[in-house]
Design a protein around this ligand. Structure first.
Ligand code: PLP
Length: 370
């Protein structure tokens, strides 16, 4: 029987092994482990990839979000608006900085921040709107930027799942004031450990993030600490890994889109499939279907040798940590709660074969219609 893993990073490493081993060995040979030249090289190439002026390599995506908010002076008394359906890391930095996370429901079709609810949630205390490009599909950035501009508030894109996605031709990360990327190993661009980046078109914000990630100083200012920062630097070994992989990212995203197109053609008439705006380019970090009897479908797929995932089984308002520290609770975000109960992530990774894709389509059709 055809087995289909949810992702296969081992297989991907096999396709990269000689170049990857040489790149990592070069860092070890040089012993330039902190702020090595590979970090600068990665920043230059990722800037070009995102079509923005500034990229700052950092320790992970969660810290990238935190530094983006700190660069905008977010703190106690400020409100930051986030969508209900996302990984908890979207709102953790808001709480860590002592600000208030204002959660809004998502749109049932796009699964991204509902812009009508967003407009209604803006108050005099709103400082930042933080949309997430969930599963690799862009949030409605045109509408979000218009709402932000009317209200005089800033926008931080959580682009952790959207490396290379486009909205009206503009890459994820190039629309908001700042954006955060994660290079967690399973992301479209993944390190061999933790890593992340902040990107921005604003030189002043970029300089602030550079200071925050390295003890409040810029390169060359060894003992001149102008602000209280921390150590949120990108590991040089991870930068070397990312340099090898970034060259393949366009091709990998193209393959993800091919697989997604095959899934949508084969499954569109039996299950809910991802919505795509004609003007956007989705990079399908995940391919998520919607089914009412999810657990049954999932176990039938498991019997057919197909691994699946759930992203995410709970909206933000149902996590214990959030229920206990905010006014939010069950029933607040019906759309996100319904999605959490019905979404199922199918395998999608660039190395997946056409035979595996066909097997998944057949198995889902059988599981749903019998
Ligand atoms: C992965 C992810 C993050 C966090 O990134 P880490 O690198 O794991 O810290 C934040 N937001 C979203 C939407 C993510 O998917």
């Amino acid at each position: 029987m055809t087995q289909v893993p949810f992702n296969d990073l081992t297989l991907q490493y096999e396709t990269l092994r000689p170049e990857m081993d040489a790149a990592m060995q070069a860092v070890i040979d040089s012993c330039a482990f902190i702020n090595g030249p590979e970090v600068k090289a990665f920043e230059a190439d990722f800037e070009a990839f995102c079509e923005v002026e500034h990229c700052i390599g950092v320790s992970n995506g969660t810290h990238a979000l935190e530094m983006a908010l700190r660069a905008l002076d977010v703190g106690p008394g400020d409100e930051v608006i986030v969508p209900a359906m996302t990984f908890i890391a979207t709102m953790e930095p808001v709480a860590m900085l002592g600000a208030t996370a204002v959660i809004v429901d998502v749109d049932p079709e796009t699964k991204n921040m509902d812009t009508e609810k967003l407009a209604a949630a803006v108050t005099a205390r709103t400082k930042v709107i933080m949309p997430v490009h969930l599963h690799g599909a862009m949030a409605d950035m045109t509408r979000i930027m218009a709402i932000a501009s009317d209200a005089g508030v800033r926008v931080v894109e959580d682009a952790a799942q959207a490396h290379g996605a486009r909205h009206n031709g503009v890459r994820a990360g190039g629309i908001g004031d700042l954006a955060a990327f994660s290079f967690y190993p399973g992301k479209n661009l993944g390190a061999y450990g933790d890593a992340g980046a902040v990107v921005t078109r604003d030189a002043g914000l970029a300089e602030q993030v550079r200071r925050l990630r390295d003890h409040g100083r810029l390169p060359g200012e060894k003992f001149d600490h102008l602000t209280i920062g921390s150590n949120y630097r990108m590991d040089t070994l991870q930068a070397a890994v990312l340099n090898v992989k970034l060259k393949r990212l366009e091709d990998w995203n193209k393959r993800r889109r091919e697989i997604a197109a095959a899934y949508s053609a084969g499954l569109g008439n039996v299950v809910g499939t991802p919505h795509s705006r004609d003007t956007d380019e989705n990079v399908f970090h995940l391919y998520v279907i919607e089914v009412e009897d999810r657990d049954a479908v999932r176990s039938r797929l498991n019997e057919a040798g197909i691994a699946t995932g759930i992203h995410y089984p709970e909206p933000l308002n149902l996590h214990t940590a959030i229920r206990e520290t905010t006014p939010y609770g069950p029933g607040d975000f019906p759309c996100a709660e319904h999605l959490a109960a019905s979404m199922l992530s199918l395998p999608i990774f660039p190395e997946m074969t056409d035979a595996q894709v066909t097997h998944c389509i057949d198995a889902v059709r059988n599981a749903v219609v019998g």
